[in-house]
Design a protein around this ligand. Structure first.
Ligand SMILES: Nc1ncnc2c1ncn2[C@@H]1O[C@H](COP(=O)(O)OP(=O)(O)OP(=O)(O)O)[C@@H](O)[C@H]1O
Length: 262
């Protein structure tokens, strides 16, 4: 049996704002197996980022627990990496691409840092951009650098918060395929938040649908589209269209004809 990488149990978080307490997420529970890619979708403002920040140890939850390969998350775990939507703010403009990718590897010997960065940059197709600065690259290339930096770190769990939301449609497709490829090659475990239903089905082994705020898990849909997916044929397949309609229906609160296991 595949070991569990991430376990989220009865998770809830209440923000204290000037207007009083606000429940962003509540009674959230799910697991992610090692090597799995799970996509999270939910209505706008339902608490997706709150969930991700809690899993990342950036927010201490008000209720419930998160554990990463059996160890409770209490602060940012060492073997975790996060890729945010806003690549322009996540890269250091004064460091070269190579140095940006090496940055989280500061504790390692110099030669290993360089080797890991070179390997990660090659994995995202940027082997020749190491000496450039982020501002000399297109938006899509900068997001590739952010992905390379996360991969070079070789995290047990990679969290991605709407990672392709800021790039154009063509680049988005390319980055989605890039993610599927590196994930296949490196067997990375990924939890990815997106507001794009099609993207969740195209990328996921499983789609986790959240309710309106306070978010809880409405359904978990297994995606049986095979390992090798293609932007044109996969998206046109009956299975894809059916799953996409199911996720859309769940998001709109339309009852499904067949029960979906929560
Ligand atoms: N630091 C905070 N203090 C108070 N309320 C907050 C804080 N951060 C988020 N919220 C509120 O919690 C709710 C969930 O926010 P969150 O960003 O997690 O949702 P989301 O699903 O990621 O949103 P989006 O779909 O816009 O990306 C929102 O109503 C938001 O206003």
């Amino acid at each position: 049996m595949t070991p569990t990488m991430l376990q989220v149990t009865d998770l809830g978080h209440t923000y204290q704002s000037k207007d009083g307490p606000y429940d962003a997420i509540d009674a959230l529970g799910f697991t992610v197996a090692a090597g799995e890619l799970v996509c999270v979708v939910g209505p706008s403002g339902c608490g997706k980022s709150t969930l991700l920040r809690t899993v990342a140890g950036l927010i201490r939850p008000s209720r419930g627990s998160v554990s990463l390969h059996g160890t409770p998350v209490d602060g940012v775990p060492e073997d975790l990496a996060v890729v945010f939507q806003d690549y322009s703010r996540s890269l250091f403009p004064w460091l070269t691409v190579q140095r940006n990718v090496e940055f989280p590897l500061r504790g390692l010997p110099r030669a290993e840092r360089a080797a890991r960065a070179a390997e990660a940059l090659a994995a995202v197709g940027l082997e020749r951009a190491g000496r450039k600065y982020p501002w000399q690259l297109s938006g899509g290339m900068q997001q590739r650098v952010a992905i390379a930096r996360a991969l070079a770190y070789r995290p047990a769990l990679l969290l991605m918060d709407e990672p392709f939301a800021s790039v154009d449609a063509q680049t988005r497709f390319e980055l989605e395929d890039l993610l599927l490829r590196v994930r296949r090659e490196q067997d990375t475990t990924i939890l990815l938040v997106t507001h794009d239903i099609d993207e969740s089905v195209y990328l996921g082994d499983r789609v986790l649908v959240l309710s309106k705020s306070p978010a809880s898990v409405v359904a978990q849909l297994p995606v049986d589209l095979g390992e090798h997916r293609d932007q044109i044929t996969t998206r046109a397949s009956d299975e894809f269209v059916e799953l996409r309609a199911k996720v859309a229906g769940l998001l709109q609160g339309v009852p499904q004809t067949e029960p979906v296991a929560p």
